[in-house]
Ligand binder design. Structure first.
Ligand code: BGC
Length: 783
């Protein structure tokens, strides 16, 4: 009788699926039950029932919907499409939880988005306390800092919020390559280049995890678009995977040991990534020695048993029918319990490190003020000065009054939408930033925009479509006479679930261009300058308007301190030092993947062929001699630098080469410079890009006249290419040219060295093959 009572209790309390198997406890009541942390992981696993194992491997989901009579759904659950996570259990607004197994001392973990700040509900019913999180700059901006030290400091503050809000694992960073500028989630991601993306992601992970909380590097892998993201098959060659799309993950994992990896929604070479044993076990665990656990994206994949077998340890957000399916497979011999044991082991090893396991008494009071200061500093480090004619910037003593145009001047966009959005307490607008910095923005113009926002149905998001520029003739006449300068903020937003529209989001609309021109004519007519600020999450078209701007500051989506950080650069308080980690092409049609995005058929693509192969971003533009608008690595400063004295440790490569250069600030104000090391390799055995980034470093703040020596290490693995036929990474014999530049097209110094004999750096498994032959681009053949 007692047994049944206990069982009934369990069923009732399983609404959130947080506790199971007290009945199993009853069965083993006489033996002391092993406890996680006190007994070994193996002993705990040996004591687990099948149901307990599976319950740990399937997330706690949402509370089941109440059964309604005759709805035909037996357990009250309906299959859910891919979703942005949301739970009300434990930490409201977090993306999901894992199931606890109290009998064995296994706690439930809280998993929360996202890449630019902790995404939890800012307010809770019957609770006066607020739970705002800092909106840090988006990933693309962080990467544009080219400064792992700055990004690690962001990570430390970010991770502190994760911990103090009771979260165990942050579902970030997102490191998918910027394959195509229309990807709606590019703002979350870092770069078109795996080295920059990998190094910056590693810095963020190290910072976050230094708090004793985890991260989930995502979305593994080849998830480079949102259109039909839960079905589309990315068809990618092994070489492009190894050299570009997997490389970011590999680098970041090697340098930061993220606790978890999130597999992606898409299929890769026709098989869901969450169901690919070769990807999740052969490559990730066996080749790269990843030690954490792998989780699905929210609702990713469809074959739960295949996911278990592949080494996708945790299914999120989790549904009861998934548990039943997996148990059934074990009971019918189509899944070995050994597979589950190994998945459970991966999870328990991480759970042992978690704040939940350590019963950390979180405060719900992170130091938001201190973190805001860090967000502001980082934002300023990653903004890029694209153009600065006749020293239009900084706006020093000659500028006091500012005519500020554009919706985003008043409603500045801190970050993109979807799971990457943060519930922050505020966003400082460009207008407010100008005021705070001591400028006098035109109040009548502000009122005009205010009236416009009031007329909108969704004033919170006036910039969902294109950015509006007011340019009525009478308005312009007055503002051009009364103000010292025109400042035009152009904004774009995008996010999860949709790619950007070429005509209305990538391009400026004809109306925007026309209004930009009108404003420029009015101000230039009075001998006044026009400054453009780009408050965007991804690359836009620059044609037909940029010539009318005297200066262009690419502010990206800089987080909640947006306005103050932008004003820091406009005023010269901070000297711009950001560099593009993604190319701005002259035209969208120049983008190497333009012909193959978002795949076929266009409305609901089943397949997207990565025909450009390894020729992504500058690897394509440089090899195919296509001139970009603003090249990879580009960014101006208010001062000048000289890069000299390139020295190599040897001209004969012997496994490790060091290169050093001296950077001198030759201008009049303090500033920082990024030196980028590109290498052109011999191409006798295999086609290779014209050049590839192999190392980079940013100076400290150099005073006028001050110099700093930067040193770079190049190892054999850095020089190797992936030879598909033999599955080997090979560093070819021959002559290599090393170039030290301040952009991919502004090379300051070059030197050559020689590799005497080809080196096989690594032999990998022959996996991840394409289902069809792809006629890939072959760069060197076209040279
Ligand atoms: C997104 C993930 C996110 C998850 C949980 C999914 O829709 O693709 O990036 O972490 O939701 O919210």
């Amino acid at each position: 009788m007692r047994f049944f009572k206990t069982f009934a209790l369990v069923v009732t309390s399983s609404a959130g699926l947080m506790a199971v198997s007290l009945c199993a406890a009853a069965q083993t009541a006489k033996k002391p039950v092993p406890q996680l942390g006190k007994n070994s992981v193996k002993e705990v696993i040996a004591a687990m029932t099948l149901r307990e194992k599976v319950t740990l491997l399937v997330g706690a989901g949402r509370a089941p919907k109440p059964k309604s009579a005759g709805n035909g759904v037996s357990n009250g659950w309906v299959p859910e499409p891919p979703m942005i996570g949301h739970t009300e259990t434990k930490v409201p607004g977090a993306a999901g939880n894992t199931n606890a197994i109290p009998r064995l001392g296994i706690p439930s973990l809280v998993l929360s988005d996202g890449p630019a700040g902790v995404r939890i509900s800012p307010t809770r019913k019957g609770d006066n306390h607020t739970y705002y999180a800092t909106a840090f700059p988006v990933g693309t901006l962080l990467a544009s800092s080219w400064d792992p030290t700055v990004v690690e400091s962001v990570g430390r503050a970010f991770g502190n919020e994760v911990k103090e809000y009771g979260v165990d694992i942050l579902l970030a960073p997102g490191v998918n390559i910027h394959r195509n500028p229309l990807n709606g989630r590019n703002f979350e991601y870092y770069s078109e280049d795996p080295l920059v993306a990998g190094k910056i992601a590693a810095a963020l992970i190290r910072g976050v995890q230094s708090n004793g909380v985890g991260t989930s590097i995502k979305h593994f892998a080849a998830n480079n678009q949102e259109t039909n993201r839960n079905y589309v098959s990315s068809i990618v060659s092994e070489r492009a995977l190894r050299e570009i799309y997997l490389k970011t993950f590999r680098l970041a994992i090697a340098e930061s040991n993220p606790w978890t990896v999130m597999s992606s929604y898409n299929r890769l070479n026709d098989v869901y990534t969450a169901q690919r044993h070769d990807l999740l076990t052969t490559v990730l665990r066996n080749e790269w020695k990843f030690k954490g656990f792998v989780m699905t994206d929210w609702g990713g994949g469809y074959d739960w048993v295949a996911e278990m077998k592949a080494g996708n340890d945790l299914i999120m957000p989790g549904r009861p029918d998934q548990i039943e399916t997996i148990i059934d497979a074990v009971q019918h011999d189509s899944l070995s319990v050994k597979v589950l044991d190994s998945n459970v082991e991966h999870m328990l090893n991480i759970i042992l490190k978690s704040p939940a396991f350590k019963q950390y008494a979180y405060s719900n009071h992170p130091d938001l003020k201190a973190h805001a200061a860090i967000a502001r500093r980082a934002a300023a480090e990653g903004m890029i000065l694209l153009k600065n004619q006749s020293q239009a910037l900084p706006m020093t003593t000659n500028v006091k009054t500012v005519a500020a145009f554009g919706n985003a001047t008043y409603n500045t966009i801190p970050g993109g939408t979807g799971s990457g959005e943060v519930n922050k307490a505020y966003t400082t607008s460009v207008y407010q930033g100008l005021l705070n910095a001591g400028y006098l923005p035109d109040e009548s113009l502000k009122n005009v925009y205010g009236r416009f926002f009031k007329s909108l149905t969704d004033p919170e998001h006036p910039h969902r479509g294109s950015s509006e520029l007011m340019a009525s003739d009478s308005l312009l006449k007055a503002t051009a006479s009364h103000n010292d300068v025109a400042l035009i903020t152009i904004s774009r937003n995008a996010g999860e679930g949709h790619d950007r529209n070429l005509e209305t989001n990538y391009n400026l609309t004809p109306e925007e261009k026309q209004n930009f021109k009108k404003i420029a004519e009015a101000f230039h007519g009075k001998g006044k300058k026009v400054i453009a600020v780009l408050n965007i999450g991804g690359v836009i078209d620059m044609k037909g308007w940029q010539d009318d701007a005297d200066a262009i500051l690419l502010a990206w989506q800089p987080g909640q301190e947006a306005g103050d950080a932008i004003a820091d650069l406009l005023s010269g308080k901070v000297n711009p030092s950001g560099k593009l980690a993604t190319t701005f092409p002259v035209s969208y049609s120049d983008v190497p993947s333009a012909k193959n995005f978002p795949g076929t058929p266009a409305e609901r693509p089943a397949q997207v062929i990565y025909q450009e192969g390894i020729y992504v971003g500058y690897r394509y533009y440089d090899t195919y001699k296509v001139k970009p608008q603003y090249e990879f690595g580009y960014g101006l400063s208010y001062t000048n630098f000289a890069v000299s004295n390139l020295k190599l440790s040897s001209t004969q490569f012997n496994g490790l080469l060091t290169a050093s250069v001296v950077v001198k600030n030759t201008g009049k104000v303090a500033g920082k410079e990024v030196v980028q090391i590109y290498i052109s390799a011999p191409t006798q055995t295999i086609d290779k890009p014209e050049q590839e980034l192999k190392a980079f470093a940013k100076t400290h703040l150099l005073q006028p006249g001050e110099s700093q020596t930067l040193t770079f290490a190049i190892r054999s693995a850095d020089l190797a290419s992936y030879h598909t036929r033999s599955s080997e990474w090979i560093t070819d014999a021959g002559k290599y040219t090393l170039k030290a530049g301040t952009s991919s097209r502004d090379i300051k110094q070059t030197a050559t060295f020689n590799v005497a004999k080809a080196l096989v750096v690594e032999k990998d498994h022959q996996v991840l093959q394409t289902p069809v032959n792809i006629t890939e681009y072959k760069g060197s053949a076209s040279k």
